[in-house]
Design a protein around this ligand. Sequence first.
Ligand code: KG4
Ligand code: ZN
Length: 343
Amino acid sequence: MKMQQKEILVLAIESSCDETAAAVVRNGREILSNTIYSQIDLHTIYGGVVPEIASRKHIEKINQVLQTSLAEAGKELKQMDAIAVTYGPGLVGPLLVGVSAAKAISFATGIPLVGVHHIEGHISANFIENKELEPPFVCLVVSGGHSHLVVVKDYGVYEIIGQTRDDAAGEAFDKVARAIGLGYPGGPKIDKLSKEGNPDAIKFPRAKVAENEYDFSFSGLKSAVLNYLNSCEMKGIEINRADVAASFQKAVVDVLVEHSLMAVKQYGYDKFAIAGGVASNRSLCEAFERRCAKEQIQFYHPSPIFCTDNAAMIGVAGYYEYCKGVRSGLDLNAVPNLKLGER
Ligand code: KG4
Ligand code: ZN
C-alpha cells in the first residue's frame, strides 16, 4: 500500500501595498482559500496609494482577513506547517503590519516563519493553475513597482537579466491614465478604454536601452503621451482618449513582447511566463499568446485574480522556500527595497 504523504499547509500573508490578504495553500499548488481586502476605493480619491492610510487599514483588517481565510479553507491555525509573509519589497508601514502579524502568530504557536520576496510571489502565481509548469523558464514580472525579466533557474533561484531604468510598466499605465483623466488605478481603466480606440492612431516611441537590450524604459513614452496631450490642447485639437489609451498600450505591449521573446530565444528556453498586475492586461496576454504560438514557446500566465497582489502566490513561494529549509527568525524585518534573490 502506498503511504499517504502528509499534507503541507502554509498560511500566507501579503500586505506590501494596498491589499490586505491571507491565503491557505496545500502542498504548494492547491489554494484552499484566497482572501483579499482591497483598499483601492480608499486611495482612489488621492490618485494613488497613501502609505499612512494603507498601514492603518492593514492593522484594522489583518486579523479579520486571517480568520476568514482559515475559515474558508476549513482549517485551524494549529494545523499550519508554516506562516509565509511578504517582507519586501514594498511600502515599509504596510509591510510591517503583515510581518508583525506573522511573527506574533509564529511566536504564539511555534509554527515556523518564512519570509517571502514579493516578486518571487508574483512569479510563483504561475504554479497555481499550471500544474505542469516547472523551472527553468523565463518570466516577465510587470507590476506597479517592477518591470523585471527574470530567468527562473529553479524554485527560488533567479537571475535578473533585464529591468526598467525608470518607471515600472504599471506606473506608466497609472501616470498616463491620470493624464487622460481616468483616475487610479490606471491599468484596468486603460485596458478597458483602449478596446474602443485605434492602437495605430498615434505613433508613440518604443524605447531601447543601449547598454542592455533586455532593459526597459517607460519614462520617455510617458513624456511623449504628455507632450501629445499638451500639443493637442495648444492647437485646440479635440483629444480622443480611447485612441491615446490604445496607442499607449500598444507601445508598452510591443516593447514588453519584443524584449521578452528576444530573451527567451537568446537564452534558449522554450517556456515563458508573465506575472504581476500588468500581466492581467488582455492585449498583453493576447500579444504573447500569438507570438509564443508562432515561435513554438509554451506561454503561461496567471488568471487576473492571481496577477494583482494576493496572498495565495506568497503561500506558493513560501511552500517552496519552506521545503528547501528556509526559516526566518523572529527578528524578521520589513525590507522596502529587498532585491530578488537576497535574504
Ligand atoms: O502587482 P500589483 O497588484 O502591485 C504591485 O506589486 O505593484 O500591480 C498593480 C499595477 C498597477 O500599476 C495597475 O495599474 C496595474 O498593475 N494593472 C494593470 C491592469 N491591472 C492592474 N495594468 C494594465 N492592465 C491591466 N488590466
Ligand atoms: Zn505586487
